[in-house]
Design a protein around this ligand. Structure first.
Ligand code: MG
Length: 269
């Protein structure tokens, strides 16, 4: 789940090795539950059914869905289809069809510690433009992860994500929603923008023990977003273009970034 930018400054919390161990467990639960949910995506399934699968997968592993009741959110996952960027609400009325892009965003809590992770899944056959959008957004996430190195600053993650997206074409990088610190609270400082903002260069130094949810949101059209009328959650592209979203929870360690939400069989890049 992305954080709305900006928020006032709060204290950055570095995690102890004991806390990282709990976050690693939360990350494993979230990753496995997301994998199970993504594998259920097919034409004809409703997003409410995906939510049911995700909640059961989290609880079966001893976790608690982080999103349920977070700021009043009514489900365990966010399911956002096509021009919906983030925070879509699962519904019995939303039936996936071939050609759709569905973003599944899932958070799991384990013994008070949260992990946050998201994927974009093609439903059946999707257009070449949609495939390229998925590829660039995933590549941008991994570019950001590779920059999550002690001694770098948050802005280096932002710059790496932006450079990766720009290298692939004129995509819109969402600005109003950003990545974030994560731990005992779901949204902790610092914010992690997906582009370099000269007005708000995030100079926070990356240190071992910092845990970040890195989550590029990339549009086929412009970067501008709007709130879907009639629902206080769903964020859509202002121009109706397709959007993709990938997210991992990453710990900065002395020996490099550790992806806490790596899925079984997912190749780190
Ligand atoms: Mg998030």
């Amino acid at each position: 789940m992305a954080e709305r930018a900006p928020v006032s400054e709060r204290l950055i919390v570095l995690k102890s090795s004991r806390e990282i161990a709990l976050l690693r467990e939360a990350g494993r639960i979230a990753a496995e539950a997301l994998q199970e949910t993504a594998q259920a995506v097919a034409p004809g399934i409703t997003t409410a059914e995906l939510d049911r699968i995700a909640e059961a997968a989290i609880r079966r592993r001893g976790g608690v869905p982080s999103f349920l009741n977070l700021y009043g959110f009514p489900a365990s996952i966010c399911t956002s289809i096509n021009d919906e960027i983030v925070h879509g609400i699962p519904s019995l009325r939303r039936v996936l069809k071939a050609g759709d892009l569905v973003k599944i965003d899932l958070g799991a809590q384990y013994r008070g510690y949260h992990a946050d992770t998201a994927v974009t899944v093609p439903v059946g056959e999707v257009s070449p433009e949609a495939q390229a959008l998925i590829a660039v957004t995933s590549a941008a996430l991994w570019a950001g992860i590779r920059a999550a190195v002690a001694g770098n600053r948050v802005r280096d993650i932002s710059a790496a994500i932006e450079a990766c997206v720009r290298a692939h074409g004129p995509y819109g990088i969402v600005r109003q929603y950003v990545g974030h610190g994560i731990g005992r609270e779901f949204h902790e400082p610092p914010q992690v923008p997906n582009y370099l903002d000269p007005q708000r260069a995030v100079m926070t130094l990356l240190k071992p023990g910092l845990v970040l949810a890195i989550e590029p949101m990339v549009n086929l059209g412009g970067w501008q977003t709007k709130q879907r009328p009639g629902d206080r959650w769903t964020v859509v592209t202002a121009d109706g273009s397709l959007s993709a979203h990938f997210e991992h929870t990453v710990a900065v360690t002395a020996s490099g970034p550790e992806v806490l939400t790596l899925r079984p069989g997912e190749a780190g890049r």
